[in-house]
Write a protein that binds this ligand. Structure first.
Ligand SMILES: Cc1cc2nc3c(=O)[nH]c(=O)nc-3n(C[C@H](O)[C@H](O)[C@H](O)COP(=O)(O)OP(=O)(O)OC[C@H]3O[C@@H](n4cnc5c(N)ncnc54)[C@H](O)[C@@H]3O)c2cc1C
Length: 375
């Protein structure tokens, strides 16, 4: 017997889960297929940062803020940890300080919620921050932290208990011909709409369409410390000057050109490996550190220890952790489209490719899914 659903979703990462939630809360019957016994792609390898401040003003910021309120609702409902911790961009150079001011001057008109802090104010509020050379900081109220391993494990349980979503883990979808999909074990299902949220797998489903789509894979190196002692808390997510040239939110700040020039001339190895340094802390007290960016043909299975060293060197100029002992190092791969927040195409009647939320999948997925089902 063929089981039928209104919506079938391929992929149990955050993008697939967000679409499952949006469909199910509208009363649609949903099946979710995940190849692994537990999702183990980018969605469990990230910082857990819900990061609206990185999104450009306008639609993407709106999507991020929509996602943020859904994350908050779901953390209460599904019982996973979420900390509305905010974020802190630290400035140790005049150009960084100018960029932050230029951003902050227009921020509230553009929909951001943030404030500039002097070095004294920063150090008073956030004792982990390194005082030496500090010009000041930008504190933003909107960022949140989740523990991706916990949230991505609990969301499927919640979806099936609350909405009856049928979750098929350990089931690879190997072919789709509208309205049918077939798994590797030979099971066949039908759905009016089939959404493919397959992350960085470009080979199993519609490889030709994915090859044509001008998507780029990006590999990031990450680290996690042991739990910090005595319930020590970092507070907000922390970022430094390198991050200002990474996120498009800061792209039209006039001083960014000078900042980039300084970084290119004085820190070429950071530019070469796309390193910018961020830190977040989960509910276990562990601090997540990263990251670097290597693309497509540069990606190799093995990590580069010197990249981790560069990240830690820079981190030590921003914050002091009570304990910097690492308990894990890993890499993750996300997929990015040059212009779009998500790559979305209809491939057959009712069959949609929904991939490549880039480095902002945790930040944008719920907003993207809500938009898809609302349209
Ligand atoms: C190191 C790192 C740090 C990041 N930090 C952040 C952050 O702090 N904040 C933020 O907003 N974003 C962050 N990102 C980006 C974010 O993690 C990704 O955008 C997001 O996780 C992508 O989700 P996804 O569901 O598209 O992909 P994935 O998480 O890769 O999920 C795809 C799933 O599909 C499954 N699948 C694939 N093909 C099939 C098939 N044929 N049948 C069944 N199942 C299949 C895979 O097994 C996989 O579980 C980070 C990314 C990385 C790599």
């Amino acid at each position: 017997m063929i089981r039928r659903f209104d919506v079938a979703i391929v992929g149990g990462g955050i993008l697939g889960l967000a679409h499952a939630w949006s469909a199910a809360r509208r009363g649609l019957s949903v099946a979710l297929f995940e190849r692994d016994r537990q999702a183990s792609g980018a969605s469990v390898r990230n910082f857990g940062m819900i990061w609206p401040i990185g999104q450009p003003a306008g639609e993407r910021l709106h999507l991020a803020l929509t996602s943020r309120s859904i994350w908050r609702e779901l953390s209460r409902e599904a019982g996973f940890w979420l900390d509305p911790c905010g974020s802190l961009h630290l400035a140790y150079h005049d150009d960084e300080w100018h960029v932050l001011h230029e951003f902050a001057d227009r921020a509230s008109d553009r929909g951001y919620s943030c404030e500039m802090l002097s070095s004294e104010q920063t150090l008073r509020r956030f004792p982990a921050v390194v005082a030496d050379g500090l010009r000041g900081s930008l504190y933003s109220h909107t960022e949140c932290c989740v523990d991706p391993r916990q949230a991505i494990a609990l969301l499927p349980q919640y979806l099936s208990q609350k909405f009856g979503v049928a979750c098929f883990f350990g089931q690879t979808v190997v072919s789709i011909e509208s309205p049918r999909l077939r798994t590797a074990s030979g099971k066949v299902f039908e759905a009016e709409r089939i959404l493919i949220c397959s992350g960085n797998d470009f080979d199993t489903l519609f490889p030709e369409e994915l090859a044509r789509a001008a998507l780029r894979r990006c590999k990031l190196q990450m680290m996690r410390t042991v739990p910090q002692p005595k319930a020590w808390r970092l507070g907000p997510h922390v970022a430094g000057g390198l991050t200002l040239s990474h996120y498009t939110a800061f792209a039209d700040c006039p001083t960014l050109v000078a900042l980039r020039h300084r970084i290119e001339t004085t820190m070429p190895e950071y530019v070469r490996y796309g390193i910018h340094v961020m830190a977040s802390q989960n509910q276990l007290g562990e601090v997540i550190l990263g990251d670097s960016h290597e693309y497509e043909e540069e990606i190799e299975p093995f990590d580069k220890p010197f990249i981790d060293e560069l990240i830690l060197d820079y981190l030590n100029k921003l914050i002091r952790l009570p304990v910097q002992t690492l308990q894990a190092r890993w890499n993750g791969i996300y997929v990015k489209h040059a212009q779009r927040a998500i790559y979305s195409e209809q491939l057959q009647p009712g069959v949609f490719l929904r991939v490549a939320p880039g480095g902002a999948g945790m930040t944008l997925s719920f907003g993207l899914a809500e938009k898809f089902f609302a349209d």
